[in-house]
Design a protein around this ligand. Sequence first.
Ligand SMILES: Nc1nc2c(ncn2[C@@H]2O[C@H](COP(=O)(O)OP(=O)(O)OP(=O)(O)O)[C@@H](O)[C@H]2O)c(=O)[nH]1
Ligand SMILES: [Mg+2]
Length: 354
Amino acid sequence: MFADALARCAATEPALPADRSGDLIDLADRLRAPLTVAVRGRPGVGRRTVARALTCAGVTTVDRGAELVVRVLAEVPKPEDLAALAGPDRPGLLILNKADLTGFRPGGPVAAAARYCVRLAASTGVPAEPMVALAAVAADGLADGPEDPDGGALAALRVLVTAPADLSSPDAFLAGAHPLSARVRAGLLERLDLFGIAHAVVALRADPAAGGAEVCAALRRAGRIEPVIAALARAGATPMYRRVAAATARLRELACGDPDAEDAVAGFLAGDDAVAARAAAAAAVLASAGLTVESGAADPEGPGRPEPGLRAALRWRRYRDGPLDALHRDCAGDLVRAALRPAPAGPTRCGPTR
Ligand SMILES: Nc1nc2c(ncn2[C@@H]2O[C@H](COP(=O)(O)OP(=O)(O)OP(=O)(O)O)[C@@H](O)[C@H]2O)c(=O)[nH]1
Ligand SMILES: [Mg+2]
């Protein structure tokens, strides 16, 4: 929202010198750039597989200078993980990978991992999501098309529907006679693991007409890539808010340093568009911390009460004055400012409206 408001201002504000319009467009472009994510974790937890699954899902992963750190765990947090939680590189999201290995509990291993993630998030203060990165990556591998000389992974999976194999362990799957050669079974095991094979076979059994796309979708669901991406977007609210705050600071510098642009830029910062956009970024941060951020449109307490906007402003100001860190205090301040504005009567425009 802030980038859009900035670009609108650059395009429509007549009082803005041309080179300053260019600065605003550059700032808007930087605000719109994808979030950079670093995937960390102890060796062997599946760090590389998780990073690959995220990259395939469109996430920009980097080794250094990331705006958001994701910490991959397997089973339980180890001392290195606890140290990372307390360090400067504190993760914004924990991924409990290898959820397929959580063991046989009510609802299956992934449901058990999800229940554990609720406890993990409560004890660490960092949101946690279960994942089976191997299955998510296998889906992307299958989506590339069959490459097996025996007719492709998909054809081999169809054989498993009619001629079930022993999926109780990797050794059992590879042992004994089966219409699929041991080499093809080993290939399936390497690409999909037992968990992926089982999910793909269930999908093909439920719908014999299912093709590669349907099997890939089943594997992505099994890998939980979508809930992980959604959690990443929620965790990304904080770095995104920091971007907006940095852009605001840069605009203030521009306003102070260039008398020709001063009125237009200061007007933009004080205008409805910028205030609403900052409030939206702030609301996303507070919502990701579990707070309910209401729009304040309805007044359930009836006439005679302070108008909803004013009540919301008072509520957020009380919240802001509580024992908060600087980030949440700034966010609450943005909501106070936005709540004190009358609801816009029509399309908002750039610059001060009063
Ligand atoms: N069962 C299971 N195994 C997984 C899963 N994700 C990864 N693995 C396996 O875990 C092992 C380690 O995975 P890697 O992706 O190499 O992760 P890493 O060793 O933490 O990361 P690097 O040090 O960068 O290689 C590999 O054998 C993977 O196949 C998963 O979701 N389930
Ligand atoms: Mg490895």
